[in-house]
Design a protein. Structure first.
Length: 115
């Protein structure tokens, strides 16, 4: 399984971004997918997960602001993270993760929230 994350960038506080992650390869082995983030000097933390049955779980810090979703097609699986009302403390490298026969990690995409 290969994961390719994209969509990061610089955004002002209160703004929005949408992250995407494309999974290819043996995607039939994937069940739960998720987004994690790692801020400078901090450990990687869970942001949100979504199961193959579309059950969602969010970190308390992002509840009500972020929405995780997934789109399963025949050959590629997509994972999204809609991030609204962004705060400076959301600044981090965001990683997508796929679990199943893995885990598998994407390469990370940087989100910077700053005025």
């Amino acid at each position: 399984v290969q994961l390719q994350a994209s969509g990061g960038g610089l955004v002002q506080p209160g703004g929005s971004l949408r992250l995407s992650c494309a999974a290819s390869g043996s995607i039939f082995s994937i069940n739960t997918m998720g987004w994690y983030r790692q801020a400078p000097g901090k450990q990687r933390e869970l942001v949100a997960t979504i199961t193959s049955g579309y059950s969602r779980n969010y970190a308390d810090s992002v509840k009500g602001r972020f929405i995780i979703s997934r789109d399963n097609s025949k050959n590629t699986m997509y994972l999204y993270l809609q991030m609204n009302s962004l705060k400076p403390e959301d600044t981090a490298v965001y990683y997508c993760k796929a679990s199943g026969s893995g885990p598998y990690w994407g390469q990370g995409t940087l989100v910077t929230v700053s005025s």
